[in-house]
Design a protein around this ligand. Structure first.
Ligand SMILES: [Zn+2]
Length: 244
């Protein structure tokens, strides 16, 4: 069985650990904060065997060297980022898969936020419903800033996420939900699902609870970036969000 732990890191990042209870294999998705990750490992009695990096930004790879040295963990990440991801041992480009404690993990390339951003899809997580660790590609009601890629890149990346099974849980790397929702309502003020979900999100956040994970089915209803009909429309919405 696969167990996923989510915990806040830094200002508004989420850390994630995935653990296979049969083999003991444990991976951290990105390394926002080594001390927090170590604390959760100790609490659960898990030993870190792998680090999976989604992209090269410091709040995703900053703990790589410390954790790898401490635990002897391998580091999987975008091969194109070998020069900007410290300690990378297993470069991947998207399209391939690997085994984690006997479970298939698929690597999907999702450029946009960065040119070589990847996400990790674990189809057998959550009793076969699947989980995807999406880094800074998609957020609840939002998408990552286009630092390196084009709106067309992000449009295609969104389409790849939308094409995963609807029940797939999406583990977004930041808690941006309330501010994203405020903006999303300016794009789709009459979207009843969006209006209703905002109440849910406000209730969760007022109790200090995460709105992550979301799901493919939910984002298809409330995410204006996933719902954009074209790359150019996504680009317009992204530009409006940048100035919001
Ligand atoms: Zn980033």
């Amino acid at each position: 069985m696969l167990i996923i732990k989510l915990f806040p890191c830094l200002m508004d990042n989420y850390g994630f650990l995935i653990h296979d209870s049969e083999t003991g294999a444990t991976a951290t998705i990105d390394t926002p904060e080594a001390a927090k990750i170590n604390a959760v490992l100790a609490e659960e009695g898990w030993t870190l065997s792998e680090i999976w990096n989604t992209h090269h930004h410091f709040d995703h790879v900053g703990g790589n060297l410390e954790l790898a040295a401490q635990h002897g963990a391998i580091i999987r990440g975008p091969a194109d980022d070998a020069g900007r991801i410290a300690g990378l041992t297993h470069g991947v480009s998207g399209g391939e898969s690997f085994l984690f404690g006997g479970h298939e993990v698929r690597v999907i390339k999702t450029p946009g936020h960065t040119t070589s951003h990847i996400i990790f899809h674990v189809p057998s997580a959550h009793d076969g419903q699947g989980a995807a660790f999406v880094g800074d590609t998609i957020f609840v009601m939002g998408c990552g800033r286009l630092f390196e890629g084009t709106p067309e890149d992000m449009f295609e990346s969104m389409a790849k996420i939308a094409a995963l099974p609807a029940s797939t849980k999406l583990y977004c790397a930041h808690e941006y939900t309330l501010s994203n929702g405020k903006f999303a309502l300016t794009i789709e003020p009459e979207n009843a699902d969006l209006i209703a979900y905002m109440d849910t999100a406000k209730a969760l956040r007022s109790k200090g609870l995460p709105t992550v994970p979301t799901s493919v089915a939910q984002e298809a209803k409330i995410n204006p970036f996933m719902r954009a009909a074209s790359g150019s429309r996504l680009g317009e919405i992204r530009k409006a969000k940048d100035n919001f």
